[in-house]
Ligand binder design. Structure first.
Ligand code: GDP
Length: 307
């Protein structure tokens, strides 16, 4: 039995986690999830990454979309259009139940950790799914249009705008959620999923003491590159890295994690980057990291476990 802690965003992470759970019991897995994308919409607290991870581990995620619940309908959203113009964030009818439940518990004074545990339990998820923080934290993107919530940038504006900067609102006061530091310290293996290095993993690393805990932990720390051959597999990671003045490459991501990372898993398409990354003091594993099929996910997870 290996105790594993994973750092995760949403879609990229959920693919690797699907693979990992074919090798290890969910009960041996703790997942620390980005909450910088959380947003209050029409009175509901939505936690996109937590839900994607929970739905994936429960086996109910809409795999084609990568988020939401498979077979969901959208009558609520259709009805909402009668009242509000801003319905750019698609909430399915079954998905809605999660947001209503979460919002009600938060209003009763429960923490996001307690809510996540309750949602996980209700979906029969065996892994421990922890929000990175129970405190207010919001990722905002600076664009020529102005400073917008990350979801607004990604979903409403389809990540079309160039990125001028990224703001983590609340970062100074946000404490790691209960269990986060312990999960990093006590793990035998810490996996940094192939998630957005700026707004998914970067947010988790920005929380007080988390980076320090990673440096100190005796766990083996293994990351999978979300950038393949100079482009993200999906999503705005390229624009975000470029917006921060960083090169869009596996090397660039390795550099962001180099102070605590043991092994960086890169794609065969990036084998030429190996030597440069190793100069950062990080070991490199080269393999196929594009996860299209279940088989891809399972074999990449095996490489991670054996790294
Ligand atoms: P989000 O919250 O939905 O943006 O999800 P994440 O932050 O977890 O994932 C986005 C990142 O995952 C992007 O930078 C993608 O390049 C990466 N990603 C998605 N699918 C894959 C894949 O199959 N392989 C690898 N290596 N990276 C992936």
């Amino acid at each position: 039995m290996t105790l594993i802690t994973a750092l995760a965003g949403g879609v990229g992470a959920s693919k690797l986690l699907t693979g990992l759970t074919k090798h290890v019991k969910q009960e041996d897995l703790t997942i620390i999830v980005n909450t910088g994308d959380d947003i209050e919409l029409n009175g509901l607290h939505v936690s996109p990454d937590l839900d994607t991870i929970i739905y994936t581990l429960a086996g109910v995620v809409d795999e084609a979309k990568g988020w939401g619940i498979q077979g969901d309908t959208f009558y609520f959203l259709e009805a909402l259009r009668r009242f509000v113009e801003e319905t750019w964030f698609a909430v399915g009818d079954r998905d809605l139940a999660t947001h209503v439940f979460r919002t009600a518990l938060l209003k009763q004074g429960k923490t996001l950790s307690e809510v996540s545990a309750a949602v996980s339990r209700a979906f029969g998820v065996g892994a421990r799914v922890l929000p990175m923080t129970d405190d207010y934290f919001q990722t905002r993107i600076v664009t020529e249009r102005g400073v917008v919530h990350f979801q607004e940038y990604l979903v409403k504006w389809q990540a079309r705008d160039g990125v001028l900067g990224v703001e983590f609102v609340g970062v100074d006061l946000a404490k790691p959620a209960v269990g986060v530091l312990e999960a990093v310290q006590d793990a035998e293996l810490v996996v940094l999923c192939p998630s957005n290095p700026v707004v998914s993993i970067g947010t988790i690393l920005s929380i007080n003491c988390v980076r320090d805990a990673l440096r100190r932990s005796s766990a083996r720390k293994v990351a999978v590159s979300p950038i393949i051959a100079g482009v993200p597999v999906r999503g705005p990671a390229g624009k975000l890295l470029a917006g921060l003045g960083l090169e869009v490459s596996a090397y660039s991501v390795a550099k962001l994690y180099a102070d605590f990372l043991d092994v960086f898993v890169i794609d065969v398409a990036d084998s030429a980057e190996k030597a440069r990354i190793e100069e950062l003091g990080v070991n490199v594993k080269v393999t196929n990291t594009v996860m299209r099929t279940l088989e891809d996910k399972v074999s990449l997870a095996k490489v991670v476990l054996e790294s």
